[in-house]
Design a protein around this ligand. Structure first.
Ligand code: CTP
Length: 410
């Protein structure tokens, strides 16, 4: 709950602005006061009237507003809240934030604030993957801003697919809740300093969902606990972390940049866009197959009782494409091998085939309780040797792996 919390929502100009109405509704439902600032671009997509009707507070649009500025209103707005949320954040607004521009009310408030700032980017996938935007993302993180999303999926305006969709309002509301629970109102948590400071670690986690038709999909039992624990341990060790997550119940690890995806194809596209990285840890249980042609309508039962004949095609192997990447292979590539038989032999095959440096092999037979459970028993294979780890909690496996990575890169 966000009872008595005060959020300043900055809405900038993108089609995702319409989702910020739902965000306001959710925040108010959880007891939060919301004040909104809209850029002139935002007003091309939604009106201040609609936003104000939902916030039930005045909506601010002008830097030099005679009434609001009698008491230097933009400075007050920057201070009188527990958190600033920029949703959607356009590429342009993020660039301005990086460079400290203050040529309208939104940017002036952002520059004058010393409270936590959560940024939810939304833009075309090409704009997101452009090195200029990626430099700005890194700069915002270095300045202590928190980022959520963007997610992978179809763009509302162009129908293109890729990474750039604004995080969903419920995800942003969850992130606000966890930040406000963890941060004191006036201090921005800087990224922790540790043995992996200055390193970029790319992690995949969770299952993928492969649609059969609009209501059905193929999934697996991965919970994402191990991959998410690794992401949290890497953040704690000072790394800049990009976590590409399939659909999971786990909360986004604080301090990691999380991209939510559904399918293996989306996961591969998000992983490729996140390169370069110093280390890749592919912990996701990627579905090996997807149906050859997804039905656009719900498949109906046959009158004769014959089940539908589904045919499958193989999904891209994300670990193999990173491990064998022609020009952007991370210095260290780590994969998992989930096996129910011939653990070492199968894991060794994966180490070679997928071009990995290490494989963390585990027996996921139902009786081990590893899939979905809280513990993991790892055998770490490299070209030279096999290391047997004791049975550990998934958090301890994560810390041990991150310590080993830090020692290897040192
Ligand atoms: N992996 C991947 N992309 C895939 C399949 C697997 O990146 N399409 C990665 C996993 O994240 C893991 C490693 O490859 O790090 C091994 O995954 P696993 O499911 O054990 O192996 P598979 O390649 O699926 O082989 P098999 O189904 O024959 O066990």
């Amino acid at each position: 709950m966000l009872t008595d919390k005060r959020v300043l929502l900055i809405i900038s100009g993108g089609i995702a602005a319409y989702k910020s109405l739902d965000l306001v509704r959710r925040l108010r439902q959880s007891g939060c006061t919301v004040t909104a600032i809209m850029t002139s671009g935002a007003q091309q997509f939604i009106t201040p009237l609609a936003v104000g009707a939902l916030t039930a507070t005045p909506v601010y649009t002008e830097l030099f507003d005679r009434e609001a500025e009698q008491d230097v209103g933009h400075i007050r707005l920057a201070r009188d809240h527990d958190m600033i949320v920029v949703a959607p954040a356009t590429a342009d607004l993020m660039a301005k934030m990086c460079h400290g521009l203050a040529d309208d009310l939104a940017t002036a408030v952002l520059l004058a604030s010393d409270i936590p700032i959560l940024v939810a980017p939304a833009m075309n996938p090409k704009m997101w993957s452009n090195p200029a935007t990626q430099r700005n993302v890194a700069c915002l993180k270095e300045d202590g801003k928190f980022l959520i999303g963007p997610n992978s999926g179809e763009m509302a305006e162009s129908g293109e697919s890729g990474v750039g969709r604004m995080a969903e309002p419920f995800e942003i509301a969850d992130a606000i809740e966890s930040h406000l629970a963890e941060t004191t109102p006036t201090v921005v948590d800087p990224l922790p300093v540790g043995p992996l400071s200055g390193r970029h670690i790319l992690i995949t986690s969770g299952p993928t969902h492969e649609p059969i038709d609009p209501v059905r999909y193929i999934a697996n039992r991965s919970s994402g606990k191990q991959g998410h624990a690794i992401a949290a341990a890497a953040v704690a060790a000072g790394a800049r972390v990009t976590l590409i997550s399939g659909p999971v119940e786990q909360p986004d690890p604080i301090g990691a940049s999380v991209i939510h995806v559904q399918t293996a194809a989306e996961m591969l596209s998000a992983v490729s866009s996140a390169l370069p990285a110093d280390v890749a840890i592919m912990a996701a249980a990627v579905a090996d197959w997807r149906v050859a042609s997804q039905d656009s309508n719900k498949i109906k039962k046959d009158a004769n009782g014959a089940p539908p004949a589904l045919s499958f095609v193989e999904n891209p192997d994300i670990l193999a494409s990173i491990g064998n990447h022609p020009d952007q292979r991370p210095a260290l590539v780590v994969g998992f091998a989930a096996e129910t038989q011939n653990l070492l032999e199968n894991a060794r095959g994966k180490l070679q085939r997928k071009g990995a440096d290490w494989i963390l092999a585990n027996d996921v037979s139902p009786e081990t309780g590893i899939m979905g459970g809280d513990t993991n028993t790892i055998r770490l294979l490299s070209a030279e040797k096999v290391e047997d780890w004791p049975s550990l909690s998934k958090d301890d496996v994560a810390r041990r792996l991150i310590d080993k990575i830090a020692a290897t890169l040192a």
